[in-house]
Every structure is written in structure tokens, then in C-alpha cells.
Design a protein. Structure first.
Lengths: 358, 242
């Protein structure tokens, strides 16, 4: 539907964007996930046709298009990170895209009402935009982009400026809107939660380049860079085979050890799986102090290395399975962690997630 | 104190009494300055808008030149128009000297730098995002520019108000190119000068008060035009997520 090939953008000798390919197909939601300063917003502007790339081309529905091409831009709906709302009412902002397209007044009025309702602003049409909250501003921007029924909806950090509470509700609405409101969507975000909640495919962007592109599970399971791994949070993986299943849980054989994890998708006995966990979920205890707990997974391992990581300590554990734990310096001291020490590592089943491998 | 009281009394008498001399003079003042402002807007607004949104070499010089227009002495503008329209001047054959048309021309030249300069500042005060946003929503280049002007609306009307203020109150230019001919080219300001010279201070003051009252009325209308857009939109904010 919309794709960019060989897009390069430089500012004052600094290459901000250097992307080989970025593409979204009809009916698809592509998230471009990366940290601040990765060049995401610049890529967004190139794809939204409000800025011209120094090199490369943008294609929309198979034809080459250029920045400033009004006909092409009218097939896109872009919502900027900090949307500029025009002075006046919510309704006049939402109707703007139709007004510049010369849509008749009656038709415009009807569609404004639809778009407002669609974005949860049914009663806000007459409100002055100056009185809106951050969440409402984003909704107005969304309604304004959707009203002209774009082939591709482009969203730059649509939830970045929202409070946590508003954010969850906004994300739920966004999911509904993105799924049904546009032919395809590109979502720029630094928040993996947004990307995983909304996208069919994720492109991870780092230093102006797309370092990995794939389905969300691919990104989680096979992060191409440490950055991608850190982004998704599921930093560490174990490989194994499903031994048995029970509702919601699977028992996985990894090496000689059995571990119980939450099953993701359709996993039958014999399926090869990856099991992801976060090192901070690994609870360490001295063997003589282990009492009953809700942690189903319990392994006696040997400390291989203790690596300071800022205020925390990363503890590499050898044995079966090999694990990495992240604990505070205080815990490390009280457990007298040092290479060679025998320790019990515990993990709740809910902290482990099994994905089909391959 | 007596003079002030007498002036107020005289002003009321002149206005309410329907003195044809005052009403004709006032009407000519409004006509000349009104048309001059319209021409000043036609001349100054496009310049202000274009210089306000574009970047080019020597732009600062152009901006400084426009701002210098704020300091244009009306007599200098009057002199310039006089020379242009005098029998030996390039526009001499038109025989416009000492006509209201000549006064309009001089005042239009005086008003346009105000309109251009204040419009320019107002356009620049609007974030460039406004135009980018308009373009992203499908606006053609000219529609995005129109959106930008709309965002600068308060300043644009302020520019018109300043232009009107500059010309309705000036005397130098109209006196030079109009000649203060009774019933022909006499406007309020030139009438005030004349009455003062004759020693009719009360009448002069009264004319001044009349001029101020009328200027207030015109500005009231312009202010309504300026603030109207911001008004009446605060109606309903009762909706979810507020």
C-alpha cells in the first residue's frame, strides 16, 4: 500500500534516516518501534509526504509519490506527535480535511458527527480546542485524520503525551479505530506496549536504520540486536520441548530440567518452544532458606559470574537450566553471591512465557 | 476648564444638531481613510503574508524597510504624492492634485507599511507546524497558506486597525495633496487645523472629539471582527475524557 525504498534524509551532514525498505500492506498495521532520537519522526514525515527525502522513493499503491503532492497526501491521514489544532471549534478542526477537498456542507456535517462519535468525542463538537485535555487533543487529531477515509493512517506517538490511565483507554480505542477505520496503518512509537497491542508487524528502528522487521513474536523471540531485545523486555530465552499441557500452562523440558510456563498460542506436547523470561523475575535464595512459595519452578544452580549493572547486579547461573538473574546489590551482599556459590533460583510460572519455535 | 466644557457642548451640538458642514467633512474623512485602508490592505497584506512565511536572501533588509514605513512622516508621503501628481510630475496629466483621490493615494501609502509589518509579525508568530499540518490534512499550498492567515487572524485585524488609526488621524499628507478646500477636500483633521488657526478653539476641540468618537465606533466594529472568532466557541465541554 505504502512503501519507502532506500530513504535517506540528512540534516546538516548528519544522516537521520537511512532505511532500505519500509512497507505496509493493505489491512496491515506496521509499528515502527525505537528509542527517542532514532529518526522515527523524520521517517514519519517522509512517509506522510510532508518532507522530501534526499534519496530514495516513496510509493503509494504502486505509484511513485513525492512530498507536497496534494493528490497523494489526500490518500493519507497523518497524526503528528504534537498535533497542531487550528483555532476554533473541535468540529471545524475535524471537518478541515473535508473542507479543503470541497465536500458539500451537509455531507461534511454528517461525517463530522460520525468521526467525532467514532473517536469518543460525540458531545465535544462545539468545544473550543483551547479547552481540551491532552487525550482529547489526540482524539481530535485522530478524528481529523480519519474523516477523509485515508488509505493509510500514519500515527506518530499517538499516546506519548497521555497520562497512564487515559493511555490505556486511548490504546483500546486506537486498536478499534486502526483495525476498522483505515486501509492500513503505520504507528510510530517508542513504547513496546503500543507496538505489541496494535501491530501486525514491527520494524525496530535504531540510529536511523531499521535493524529488524517482522511479526511481534519474531521480535520477542529472535531479537536481532540487544537493543531490540531490551525494547521488548523479554530479554532472555530458553529453548525446549513441550512435555505436557494443562489449561493455560505448559511443562517444558529444557536440557534436563522441567519448567512450567504460560503457553502462548496452540502448543501441543512435542512442540519445540522458546521460553522467555525477565531476569528481574528470577528470585534467588540460599538452599537452607528455601521455604514453600508460589514459585512452581525451582532450580538448584551454581553462580557462574556476578556482574555489576549500575545499582543492580546481574548474576549468571550455571546448571540446568542456565539462567540470568537481576538482583539489588543489597540482596547480592546478604546472599554473599560469588562465583561457585550454590543457590536456589525460583520463577513463577506466570513469569515464563512459552512461544512456538521457528 | 471652561474651554473643555464649551468644547464638549459644541461637539454635542455639532453632532446632534446635524450640522451639514460637520457631517460632510466627517463623511469625507471616513470615505478617504476607509478607501485608503482598503487599498493599504490590498497592498500590504500580500506583502506581509509572503514575507512572513518565506525565507530569502535579503529578507531582513525587506523587513527593516517595511518597519521603516512605520516612521514615514505623513508630510514626506504627501510631498512625494504631490510631486507625482503636480502638473510637471509623471501623473500630472491626470489632474488629481487637490482631489479626494490624491488624498486616498497618499493615505494608502501611509497605511500599507502598518498592514504589511504587523501582518508579517502575526504570520511569523504562528508556528510553521500550522501549515505543515494543513498540508498533511490534504490542503493545497494556497489552502495551507489561507489556514496560516486564519491562525494569524488576531494580528491581521490588528494590522488593519493600526493602518486605519494611522490615516484617520494624520493631517500632513491630506493637507498637502488635498489642499483643505471646503466642501471638496476638507477632512476632519484639516478642519481642526483651520479652526485652531482661526482661534475657534472650542469648535476645533469639538471636531477633535467628534473624530475620536467616530474612530472609536469604527474600531469597535473592527475589534468585533477580530475577537468574534474567539467568541461563542466555549459552549460545550461536557464530554468524556475531560
Amino acid at each position: 500500500m505504502l512503501r519507502g525504498d532506500g530513504l535517506v534524509r540528512r540534516y546538516g551532514g548528519r544522516t537521520v534516516v537511512d532505511v532500505e525498505t519500509v512497507a505496509v500492506a493493505r489491512g496491515q498495521v506496521l509499528a515502527i518501534l525505537g528509542p527517542n532520537g532514532a529518526g522515527k519522526s523524520t521517517l514519519f514525515r517522509l512517509l506522510a509526504l510532508v518532507e522530501q527525502a534526499d534519496r530514495g522513493r516513496v510509493r503509494l499503491g504502486g505509484s511513485d509519490v513525492h512530498a507536497g503532492d496534494t493528490v497523494a497526501i489526500r490518500r493519507l491521514g497523518a497524526v503528528f506527535q504534537r498535533p497542531y489544532l487550528f483555532r476554533g471549534s473541535v468540529a471545524s478542526n475535524v471537518g478541515y480535511a473535508l473542507r479543503v477537498r470541497g465536500t458539500a456542507r451537509a455531507e461534511r456535517k454528517r461525517r463530522i458527527a460520525d468521526a467525532l462519535a467514532w473517536c469518543g468525542l460525540a458531545d465535544a463538537g462545539r468545544a473550543d480546542v483551547a479547552t481540551l485535555s491532552g487525550g482529547e487533543v489526540q482524539r481530535v487529531a485522530l478524528a481529523r485524520a480519519l474523516i477523509a477515509r485515508p488509505d493509510v493512517l500514519l500515527l506518530d506517538e499517538p499516546a506519548a503525551n497521555l497520562d497512564v490511565g487515559v493511555r490505556r483507554r486511548f490504546r483500546e480505542d486506537l486498536e478499534r479505530i486502526v483495525r476498522h477505520g483505515a486501509g492500513a496503518a503505520i504507528l510510530i512509537t517508542h513504547d513496546p506496549a503500543d507496538a505489541f497491542a496494535l501491530a501486525d508487524r514491527i520494524a525496530v528502528m535504531e540510529n536511523g536504520r531499521i535493524v529488524q522487521e517482522g511479526a511481534p513474536t519474531d521480535i520477542v523471540l529472535e531479537p536481532a540486536t540487544s537493543f531490540a531485545a531490551a525494547l521488548t523486555g523479554a530479554e532472555l530465552l530458553l529453548n525446549g520441548m513441550v512435555k505436557s499441557t494443562e489449561p493455560g500452562l505448559v511443562t517444558v523440558l529444557t536440557g534436563e530440567a522441567l519448567l512450567v510456563a504460560v503457553g502462548t498460542g496452540d502448543l501441543a506436547a512435542g512442540t519445540m518452544v522458546h521460553v522467555s523470561y525477565r531476569p528481574e523475575d528470577v528470585v534467588l535464595a540460599l538452599p537452607e532458606h528455601v521455604g514453600p512459595s508460589s514459585a512452581i519452578n525451582r532450580f538448584t544452580l551454581r553462580v557462574a559470574a556476578v556482574i555489576p549493572a549500575g545499582p543492580l547486579v546481574r548474576v549468571r547461573l550455571a546448571g540446568d537450566p542456565e539462567l540470568t538473574a537481576l538482583v539489588t546489590q543489597r540482596s547480592a551482599d546478604s546472599l554473599a553471591l560469588a562465583a561457585g556459590r550454590v543457590i536456589v533460583a525460583q520463577l513463577k510460572a506466570t513469569a515464563l512465557r512459552a512461544f512456538k519455535a521457528g | 476648564m471652561d474651554l473643555l466644557f464649551e468644547s464638549l457642548h459644541e461637539a454635542a451640538r455639532l453632532l446632534l444638531g446635524g450640522d451639514p458642514y460637520v457631517w460632510d467633512t466627517l463623511w469625507l474623512s471616513l470615505r478617504v481613510s476607509g478607501i485608503a485602508v482598503v487599498l493599504g490592505v490590498l497592498l500590504g497584506l500580500p506583502v506581509g503574508v509572503l514575507v512572513g512565511v518565506s525565507r530569502f536572501a535579503g529578507r531582513r533588509i525587506v523587513v527593516a524597510l517595511i518597519h521603516t514605513g512605520f516612521a514615514l512622516p505623513p508630510v514626506v508621503v504627501g510631498l512625494f504624492v504631490y510631486v507625482m501628481l503636480s502638473r510637471a510630475g509623471p501623473a500630472g496629466p491626470l489632474q488629481l492634485l487637490f482631489t479626494p483621490t490624491a488624498m486616498v493615494a497618499a493615505q494608502a501609502l501611509l497605511a500599507s507599511p502598518y498592514v504589511a509589518g504587523i501582518t508579517l509579525a502575526a504570520m511569523q508568530a504562528v508556528p510553521a507546524d500550522a501549515r505543515v499540518q494543513a498540508r498533511a490534512l490534504g490542503a493545497a499550498r494556497w489552502q495551507a497558506l489561507a489556514a496560516h492567515v486564519r491562525e494569524a487572524w488576531l494580528g491581521v485585524v490588528a494590522a488593519i486597525i493600526a493602518g486605519f488609526g494611522a490615516v484617520i488621524s494624520e493631517v500632513g499628507a491630506v493637507l498637502m495633496v488635498g489642499g483643505n478646500i471646503r466642501g471638496e477636500t476638507r477632512v476632519m483633521t484639516t478642519a481642526i487645523v483651520l479652526e485652531t488657526r482661526r482661534g475657534n478653539f472650542a469648535v476645533a476641540m469639538a471636531l477633535g472629539i467628534v473624530l475620536l468618537v467616530v474612530a472609536f465606533g469604527v474600531n469597535l466594529l473592527l475589534t468585533r471582527l477580530q475577537q468574534g472568532r474567539a467568541r461563542g466557541l466555549l459552549a460545550s465541554t461536557a464530554h468524556p475524557w475531560s
